[in-house]
Design a protein around this ligand. Structure first.
Ligand code: HDE
Length: 698
């Protein structure tokens, strides 16, 4: 019987050629041939094997079966928390040695660059949830040190909701979509969350942080990071001290307003992910300083709060930060699944010289992270996945077989001690992990330390340390969240907690909720301390410095616009370190007043002003008339104004400002003449906070 040559009716060919005939798929060769997983070249990737062109598909088609089988298994369970995340590669460089405190090479070898992989995340939402949820952000760093992997699995908030790991599943169940209805997604503004919180006084400090603007960051590049718990450093003599780790963004901290967050989620649900990826892609590498707070047992004893309690901070004013290094993210991932999805962090991964404190939350985490990888990655060999493999040192041990073993261990001997394999891996005390020699005594029991009992004083400290605007935002966020809570008793109970934190805050939230009764403070295990000194380091605005570095300016332009104005704007903001996105009514761009073409980066409908830190309107007289009849352009300006942004404009654009209700103030900057520099300077100073206090309400 003759062998049938693959038939290719003419109409199937067109499926592989590009649109408009300009881009064509190149012809294949055996060297570049598409193959099955077994390496067999595929002759036809468009038609399954059938008994005749209109007949049934044959089971024999191993190409089809393999392709579908692989597709059917493309998903692994998403992380039970922190499912939504994005990762990048980079390096850490030590600038100040801690050799007096630790033997860990990563903290003692000044100038040495160590590869890192970082994953930023939200906590509550599932993998496809929007980036701008009000939530804590994960800030997990894997250092591939020459002494093994060190995972600093932190958050952008230095405290946590609970004091004991045994509560974590309840906390997370309460925050997740309610199980009987499957909503709301990536939100804490619902009954079960506040039900749990209202009955968990230890969460109050964290609630102040999550209701603050820290929970809606402008960019991953503009957030602080914290290891949260105390860890230990062990020196060459075996002495240990406590340490807390802090990341400080070079670009400064910045957050969005709540109304912006809500709109960004619609306009660009990948806002944070895109922002990080694009910044690294254009060579604008985000950078953080690593700082430590180091203290010994005696200093720990003298602190006002127990540092083993993860709901407490040690104010920087009490134990200052020592900056010891910097981290730069300079390489985007090649593949999201292989790297960001499969990276597996574990708080238990520490190199010799770093050790754990007895924080009960940390102790629980050390178990949980290793355990979760088995269900998520499905095999004990997840450490062989490239992103998880130690890169700074070899892995040599007798862990052997099991699901998905990729390595091919050689030799007869899979144990030690052994005389048969004298060169095999052996324990090596001088370079091996050691634990701090901490003495223990006490009765076994399920008991919380008395020193963990003060739940309100640091909540108050945080609130007091905020600027007035930030305090207002906390109140607004509480009103927003509690207004979504349907159970009256929960709202009232939360007000009774707030009464223990700050009377003014309680009164303002009560008013916002329209709550008319008297608020009786809840019985507190410890009275709220009113003698704590405010810590300005806790405020975003108090320590903000003027800068445009890493920011994004949106410039709306129309046909007939003055090219010189657009160019001057672009020059001055790029000189200040920002990027400009040119927006036109159509993505094809505009014809400027001088007859030249200016390409656009986006069309108006796809680039609302919430995506930018400051905006500019460069129009012609005719162009603005067209914009006036387009509700999107009016909304662009109205939102920019309501979100307290600096707005630059050409004289011709004035009618648009008027239609959007813009009143002149120092943030409304004419762009004609040589005013582009003024625009850049004003935009660098940040939002116009005194524009209209009501305009930025949640
Ligand atoms: Fe996590 N956490 N967590 N967590 N956590 C996970 O591990 C857990 C806590 C944090 O980008 C899980 O691989 C317990 C505090 C980050 O891959 C899981 C407790 C802090 C990430 C887990 C906490 C964090 C996770 C889910 C209470 C800040 C994402 C998937 C004791 C210091 C890491 C996974 C990434 C992820 C458990 C509390 C940070 C289930 C039991 C406090 C940044 O193991």
């Amino acid at each position: 019987m003759a062998i049938k040559a693959p038939r290719k009716p003419a109409h199937t060919e067109s499926e592989t050629s590009g649109m408009g005939g300009e881009i064509h798929q190149r012809a294949g060769s055996r060297e570049t041939a598409l193959t099955t997983d077994q390496g067999i070249a595929v002759g036809d990737n468009q038609n399954s094997l059938r008994a005749g062109p209109r007949g049934p598909t044959l089971l024999e088609d191993f190409v089809l079966r393999e392709k579908l089988m692989r597709f059917d298994h493309e998903r692994i369970p998403e992380r039970v928390v922190h499912a939504r995340g994005t990762g990048a590669h980079g390096y850490f460089e030590l600038t100040d040695s801690l050799s007096d405190l630790t033997t860990a090479a990563i903290l003692t070898e000044v100038g040495k660059r160590t590869e890192v992989f970082v994953r930023f995340s939200t906590v509550a939402g599932s993998k496809g949830s929007p980036d701008l949820a009000r939530d804590v952000r994960g800030f997990a760093v894997k250092f591939y040190t020459r002494e093994g992997n060190w995972d600093l699995v932190g958050n952008n908030i230095p405290v946590f909701f609970i004091q004991d790991a045994i509560k974590f599943p309840d906390l997370v169940h309460a925050a997740k979509p309610e199980p009987d209805r499957g909503f709301p997604q990536a939100q804490t503004a619902h009954d079960t969350f506040w039900d749990y919180i209202a009955l968990t006084p230890e969460a109050m400090h964290m609630i102040m942080w999550t209701m603050s603007d820290r929970a809606i960051p402008r960019s991953f590049r503009m957030m602080e990071g914290f290891g949260v718990h105390s860890f230990r450093l062990i020196d060459a003599e075996g002495r240990s001290r406590f340490v807390k780790f802090h990341w400080r963004p070079k670009l400064g901290m910045q957050s969005v307003l709540w109304d912006e967050a809500v709109k960004i989620n619609g306009a660009d649900p990948d806002y944070h992910r895109r922002d990080l990826w694009t910044a690294i892609d254009r060579g604008d590498f985000p950078e953080w300083e690593l700082g430590v707070q180091v203290f010994d047992e005696a200093e720990a004893e003298a602190l006002e709060f127990d540092h083993l309690d993860a709901t407490k901070i040690i104010p920087e004013e009490k134990i200052p930060l020592r900056i010891i290094g910097r981290m730069v993210l300079d390489r985007n991932i090649d593949n999201f699944f292989a790297e960001t999805e499969q990276v597996a962090f574990c708080t238990g991964n520490v190199p010799p010289g770093i050790d754990f404190s007895d924080d009960p939350l940390l102790q629980g985490r050390n178990f949980s992270y290793l355990d979760t990888q088995l269900s998520r990655l499905g095999s004990p060999h997840f450490t062989q996945i490239p992103v998880n493999q130690p890169k700074g040192c070899p892995v040599r041990n007798f862990n052997r077989d099991g699901h998905m073993q990729i390595a091919v261990p050689k030799g007869r001997v899979a144990y030690e001690p052994s005389m048969l394999a004298p060169d095999g891996p052996r324990e090596h005390p001088p370079s091996g992990v050691r634990s701090a020699a901490v003495p223990f005594s006490g009765e076994k029991g399920r008991e919380r330390a008395e020193t963990f009992a003060d739940h309100y004083s640091q909540a108050r400290l945080f609130y007091m340390s905020q600027t007035e605007v930030e305090q207002q935002h906390i109140a607004d966020a509480l009103v927003f969240e509690l207004s979504k809570v349907e159970t009256m008793a929960l709202r009232e109970r939360m007000l009774r907690h707030l009464a223990n934190i700050d009377e003014g805050l309680c009164a303002s939230v009560a008013e916002g909720l329209g709550f008319r009764g008297a608020v009786e403070p809840l019985q507190a295990a410890r009275p709220t301390r009113t003698d704590l000194e405010a810590s300005p380091a806790l405020s975003i605005l108090a320590k903000a410095k003027p800068t445009l570095a890493g920011r994004m300016i949106g410039c709306v332009m129309t046909d007939g616009a003055d090219r010189a104005v657009i160019e001057a704007l672009r020059d001055s903001v790029t000189a200040a370190g920002a990027s400009v996105m040119l927006i036109a009514p159509a993505v094809g761009g505009i014809v400027a007043g001088d007859g030249t073409h200016i390409p656009a980066d986006a069309q108006l409908a796809g680039a609302p002003s919430v995506l930018f830190d400051a905006v500019a309107l460069v129009t012609s007289r005719k162009g603005v008339t067209e914009l006036l009849s387009d509700p999107r352009s009016v909304a662009f300006v109205h939102d920019a104004y309501a979100h307290l942004k600096v707005i630059g404009h050409s004289a011709e654009a004035k009618p648009l400002l008027e239609k959007a209700g813009v009143m002149p103030d120092k943030g409304i900057v004419p762009l004609d003449g040589k005013r582009a520099a003024t625009f850049a300077e004003r935009a660098a100073a940040g939002r116009i906070w005194d524009r209209d206090p009501g305009a930025n309400a949640a």
